[in-house]
Structure formats: structure tokens, C-alpha cells
Design a protein around this ligand. Structure first.
Ligand code: THG
Length: 266
């Protein structure tokens, strides 16, 4: 399981303030602590800062890589100009992921060439001009079309991560089921990967961590390859550790026992 740490996101008040104030130690601390908790990539989202997204993302990435020489970054923006700047400023010795394209032609046209040029992995949301998908079949159809389009441009299928867009079960009770059903369908398309932003599923409910961690275990069983989540959340960390042990991805439960001894499990 690839873990993308979600904490550097400008929808969070404290992150927004830190970016505005150019508070480097806050940002570095968020990046270092997520990597320490097992994040493979650090998601960076500056899309809702009140300033200039391009300058903000330039600053955030510069600050992170000044401290972490091997950091891998997931560039989270719908704006190809901000993505372009982020790719240019990235100099660390890690990997890059772009978050995200959709099936919308304008977005593919602007962002796909950047992913090819910089050899970045690419998250593709399974939606297009027709909007959000309802059923597993809608998600599969959107993924199939996107895959055909990006493969024709020379993009390697093993570098794509399809995000089936989980929606809150509080208002749309069938959505978790449709999401889970879509995972093996999408993976049948080839060597493609699947990913999800975990926390949307529990929006509007109490005890969100309970729902998030149960859903994550189910999604891992369904074949989920990567997740955007808070690696410092002990509920989520416990769910990942238990799922890996149960699915023989942690032989003799060595990592699970180690996490317990370090007090990381709930
Ligand atoms: N798919 C893809 N990218 C994504 C998402 C997705 N990027 C953004 C988002 N969804 C995932 N990232 C976050 C980051 C932070 C929070 C949630 C998702 C978060 N939310 C607080 C909460 O839920 O309580 C509210 C904000 C706050 O703390 O002020 O922390 O699905 N491809």
C-alpha cells in the first residue's frame, strides 16, 4: 500500500495560515512527521490559499526539499500552471505524482504532457464532462476512456492511479458499495493502480475515524493500491497494520507487533 500523507492541505485553517505567514518550520514539521509515520508521498495542496497558488506551491515545495533530500511529492492542484511550477521547482531525489486529471479533455491536454515530461505518476479521477459517477460501471467506463487516451499519448499504465471518488455515505448510502465494486473492475483494465481520498466517506457522521478505518480495511481487501490519508491518525494506522497482517503482507505479523510495542495501535 502506497500512503500519501494529506496534512499539507490549504483547506485546513492552520496550513493556510502557515503558508500565508511563510512559517517554514510548521510545514517542515508536517512533512517530516508524516514521512516518519510511513507516508511514501507528501501531498501538497495550496489551491485555496488567499494569495498566489503558484508562488505558494513553489515556496512549500522548496521548504520541504530543503529539509528532506529524498522526499516524494504528490502535487495536488487542478491548475496546470501551479503543477508546472511545482514540477520545475522540485529538485529532491524522490518521485513525483500529479493529483489530478479527469476525463475532461482540457485537463488531459494541459496536464498529461507535464506528467510525460517529468516522468511523474498520475492520479486520474474517474469522472468526465458528464460529472460525478454514480455506479461502479460509470467509474469503470470513465477509467477505460482515460486509460485509452493516456496510453495513446505514450503514458505507461503502471504509472496511473485511478481515484474512484468515494462520496459520503451519510447522504448517499450506496456509494461505498459502488466504490468497492469498482476497484477490481478498474484493475481488470491492466497494470493500472487504484487510489482513494479516504476521509470523504465519513463526512457528516460522528466518530469519523471508525468509519474511515473500517472502509480502508474493506478497500484494501478489494485491491486498493494507494490512499490519501493522515498517517498520524492512529485509527487509520491500526487499520493498515491489521489489514497487512491479515492479507499476508506482513509475514508473522512482525510490523504489527512492532507498531504495538511502539504504542502506535489503538
Ligand atoms: N482524491 C484525490 N485528492 C484529494 C482528495 C481525494 N485531495 C484532497 C482530499 N481529497 C484529501 N486530502 C484531505 C486533506 C485534509 C483533510 C481531508 C482530506 C482534512 N479535513 C478535515 C476534516 O475532514 O475534518 C477538515 C479540514 C480542517 O481540519 O480544517 O483534514 O479524494 N485524488
Amino acid at each position: 500500500m502506497l500512503i500519501i500523507g494529506e496534512r499539507i492541505n490549504s483547506t485546513k485553517q492552520k496550513v493556510q495560515e502557515a503558508i500565508k505567514a511563510r512559517n517554514a518550520s510548521f510545514i517542515i514539521n508536517q512533512a517530516v512527521s508524516q514521512a516518519g509515520a510511513g507516508a511514501d508521498f507528501i501531498d501538497v495542496n495550496c489551491a485555496v490559499t488567499s494569495g498566489d497558488e503558484i508562488q505558494d506551491i513553489d515556496w512549500v515545495i522548496s521548504v520541504i526539499q530543503s529539509e528532506m533530500k529524498d522526499v516524494s511529492i504528490c502535487i495536488d492542484s487542478p491548475n496546470y500552471l501551479a503543477i508546472d511550477r511545482a514540477l520545475k521547482v522540485y529538485k529532491a531525489n524522490g518521485k513525483l505524482m500529479i493529483n489530478s486529471i479527469t476525463g475532461e479533455e482540457a485537463r488531459i491536454k494541459n496536464i498529461l504532457p507535464l506528467a510525460l515530461k517529468y516522468n511523474a505518476k498520475l492520479i486520474a479521477l474517474t469522472m468526465d464532462e458528464n460529472g460525478m459517477p454514480d455506479t461502479a460501471q460509470d467509474r469503470f467506463e470513465a477509467a477505460r476512456k482515460i486509460l485509452e487516451r493516456v496510453k495513446n499519448a505514450g503514458f505507461k499504465e503502471e504509472n496511473i492511479y485511478f481515484d474512484s471518488l468515494i462520496r459520503p455515505i451519510s447522504t448517499e448510502p450506496k456509494q461505498a458499495g459502488e466504490f468497492l465494486k469498482s476497484i477490481p473492475m478498474i484493475k481488470s483494465l491492466g497494470k493500472v493502480n487504484t487510489i482513494c481520498g479516504l476521509s470523504n466517506v465519513s463526512y457528516g457522521l460522528p466518530n469519523r475515524q471508525t468509519i474511515n478505518s473500517a472502509f480502508l480495511a474493506m478497500a484494501i481487501q478489494a485491491g486498493l493500491d494507494a490512499a490519501i490519508l493522515d498517517p498520524l491518525d492512529s485509527h487509520v494506522a491500526s487499520s493498515i497494520a491489521a489489514s497487512r497482517a491479515l492479507l499476508c503482507d506482513d509475514e508473522y505479523c512482525t510490523d504489527y507487533i512492532k507498531a504495538f510495542r511502539e504504542g502506535k495501535l489503538i
